[in-house]
Design a protein around this ligand. Sequence first.
Ligand code: HEM
Length: 526
Amino acid sequence: MTDVSGMGSRPDDERPVLTNRQGHPVYDNQNQRTVGPRGPATLENYQFLEKISHFDRERIPERVVHARGALSYGYFEAYGTFGDEPISRYTRAKLFQERGKRTDIALRFSTVIGGRDSAETARDPRGFAIKFYTEDGNWDLVGNNLAVFFIRDAIKFPDVIHALKPDPVTFRQDPNRIFDFMSQTPESMHMLVNLFSPRGIPADYRHMQGFGVNTYKWVNAQGETHLVKYHWMPKQGVRSMTEADAAAVQAHDLGHATKDLYEAIERGDYPEWELLVQIMTDDEHPELDFDPLDDTKVWPENDFPPQAVGRIVLNRNVENQFAENEQSAFGTGVLVDGLDFSDDKMLIGRTFSYSDTQRYRVGPNYLQLPVNQTKAACRTNQRDGQMAYFVDTGGENPHVNYEPSIRGGLREAEYAHPDEVGPTITGRLTRKRIPRTNDYKQAGQRYLLMDDWERDDLVRNFVANLKQCDRAIQERMVWHFLLVEDDLGLRVGEGLGITPDDVAGLEPLRSQDLTEEDRDRLAKLG
Ligand code: HEM
């Protein structure tokens, strides 16, 4: 007679035995405990209830943005110089100093708007977030593949993301909502000209650039500060997709970029990027027609030539997506000695947001997980909380989890550096736009720098999306585009049946300051 009550294993099977989380051997993983073979089931059925209730909790909240991503590991190798000079002239950060010095890294690429299983062919910025496991603790550089951003003040982030995410009623991404917001946000023009060009759909993660986007500072041993911007250039080259290319890929694969990255690393074809840095003296730069702390602007390369300071190589895949990719946590607050924040109003807001969301998304002890843990010594007086995995003691007296103490415990480090000697700041508390917003000029320059086919693609994409929008939104966008560059405004207008005459009467928005050049362009419309 066949035994249906549990299979057990054969005595000659040498594989390890299945247990539950308490270490109890599992004798039957096929049948729950019941009164007789046909049930009913019993409530003291610990093995079954533990298995199901753990499964019920297998998902954590996905990232509110950048939910879909891929993580891999590798190293950063420093060049030790900035142009012809030793890099120590500008920063004392240890990872940059010696030529050939290697630092382990984890890099997470991502899309922004879609959920965890969404298509990787979306027209969407791509995240480019690196964790450097340095001897001085972790440094996270959390960037994107496009050099600028939609907004310049962190207080607008929930709005821009709500406009880009699916409609709360229909759950569909809707150009009418996206361009409603953008048409009222002139600072977004530079980003839109990038995003709706072919660069808005990178071919995959290996063939795209990365940018820190926000402005940071470097600090040298004398405490002198410089403003810096970071850029990552792929050795593989840059490749993009048109809407038609993307549709063809998406028809058979939603996760082509993750697959491409994983398979390249598995076959030993390790992707590589060079890190280039632009530098400015740490002041307001009144000679520029933009503010160096404005993340809707790039710094002209002729005036601020990017210098290569190192390279990264990715050479190892994750062993478990959930533990290493889903639970990884990057943030702009995570800096090491020799690196600092600038007063960029986006950067300051981001710095609050990342660890705040990670305490909610992963839990208060997210920094104890291997992917997030520093490889430097870590000894705090922080204790307990959900999922505390270990107590990072280190003081000679385990009773002392406070500071100061004369009974042992941890002491403060000695600060071996002079105070920073950057600019001093005075001002009244206020809520004002930065001066020199100059929302159109760089967007226009970007348009003029494109190849013909890229411009054609950009116009086609704008027209296709704006056709789905209300007339008032179309008119305002054509008005903006005419201020960006005549040709762009005329071509998008033509696609929508809107002439400069139709929009000449529109007033500037309350949220914008026009330059002389903008006013001249406006005057021409009428
Ligand atoms: C992820 C907030 C702007 C790049 C995130 C997350 C939040 C967030 C809450 C999810 C983090 C997590 O769950 O671990 C913000 C806010 C911004 C802002 C408030 C503006 C004030 C930017 C900008 C960039 C950027 C300008 C590009 C330079 C990223 C990247 C990720 C991310 C790459 C994914 C990190 C990862 O792979 O885990 N952001 N963000 N964000 N953000 Fe931002």
